[in-house]
Design a protein around this ligand. Structure first.
Ligand code: GSH
Length: 324
């Protein structure tokens, strides 16, 4: 895997040497917004009006950030309005590819390109930076609207409401500050914390990631003993952002990223909550455990150089969750 420099692919693994063994995630660069009337969003330029059939998501089923966008597409009734291509789970020398498999990798259904980096250079032939998924693509202007999942889910939350008639709101105005606060802790110590733990190349960097990670899981376990969802009685984006990390915890992060003080199934509230969210309409179809387990173990050469995919326990996410 690697990154693009002036539109050219450079084979390079994450560099943790210059950061004292710590994994540092780089910021996404395409930051435009789809809006109902095409006006500019909080960042970027205008001209990306919500329209049925105009936009496309490039995702990996393995990737927790891309997974958020698939969940919002499902929850918000957008499956008939936004098309999807899913990359192959193996992310090797040339990054994400559009190889196909029989388990959900679709190929590039728009252009038939071979790699995700081709999508970035199609949008900007001089692009420099990492080639990540999700990518929200505009078929009309043939460019990337956004490659930042946190912003894509907020677009999907409301921009298409006039088209779908679905006004479910996972980013309610009255709770925004409180959601941001919870998101910040969960992002730093969990969503990204699992990567900081797994990609650490010094004991210090690992210790600095793994302890806050389990402190946050303990905090969430207690919070869910008092509240049905993170913000109370209704689901918000905070829950879905947490869910994509929890669903990968026992199959991947516990072993592969050395997040092994406990398993998810050891936390009764978090485990019931994860099953409840998994069983909500449309969500199960966004979870592809084959791609999740295969991707991490096969692609991260620095962590698992022999690419052995473990024989995992069967986990029954469909078991009754008993939460009311
Ligand atoms: N901030 C981005 C992060 C996306 C991201 O890091 N995706 C990973 C897959 S889980 C990726 O494509 N990594 C490839 C790379 O960094 O080279 C977002 O949330 O959309």
């Amino acid at each position: 895997m690697g990154l693009l420099v002036d539109g050219k692919w450079v084979d390079q693994w994450y560099d943790t040497k210059s950061s004292g063994g710590k994994f540092v995630r780089s910021a996404s660069q395409f930051r435009n917004w789809i809006t109902a009337d095409g006006s500019a969003g909080p960042s970027g330029i205008d001209g990306f009006q919500a329209e049925s059939g105009r936009y496309h998501l490039y995702v990996s089923y393995a990737c927790p950030w891309a997974h958020r966008t698939l969940i919002f597409r499902a929850l918000k009734g957008l499956t008939d309005h936004i098309t999807v291509s899913a990359v192959h789970p193996d992310m090797l020398d040339q990054g994400w590819t559009f190889e196909t498999d029989d388990k959900g990798a679709t190929g590039d259904t728009l252009y038939g390109l071979s790699h995700a980096h081709n999508i970035y250079t199609k949008a900007d032939p001089t692009y420099s930076g990492r080639v990540t998924v999700p990518i929200l693509w505009d078929k009309q202007r043939e460019t990337i609207v956004s490659n930042e999942s946190a912003e894509i889910i907020r677009m999907l939350n409301s921009a298409f409401d006039g088209i779908t008639g679905n006004t479910d709101d996972y980013w309610p105005e009255a709770q925004r500050d409180a959601i941001e606060e919870v998101n910040a802790r969960i992002y730093d110590t969990l969503n990204n914390g699992v990567y900081k733990s797994g990609f650490a190349t010094t004991q210090e960097a690992y210790d600095a990631a793994v302890h806050p990670l389990f402190d946050t899981l303990d905090w969430l376990e207690a919070r869910l003993s008092e509240h049905r969802y993170l913000m109370g009685d209704t689901l918000t984006e905070a829950d879905w952002r947490l869910f994509t990390t929890l669903i990968r915890f026992d199959p991947v992060y516990h072993l592969h990223f050395k997040c092994n003080r406990n398993r998810l199934v050891d936390f009764p509230n978090l485990w019931g909550y994860t099953r409840e969210l998994y069983q909500m309409a449309g969500v199960r179809e966004t979870v592809n455990f084959d791609h999740i387990v295969r991707h991490y173990h096969y692609s991260h050469e620095s962590i698992n150089p022999h690419r052995i995919v473990p024989f995992n326990p069967v986990i029954d996410y469909d078991a009754p969750h008993g939460r009311a």
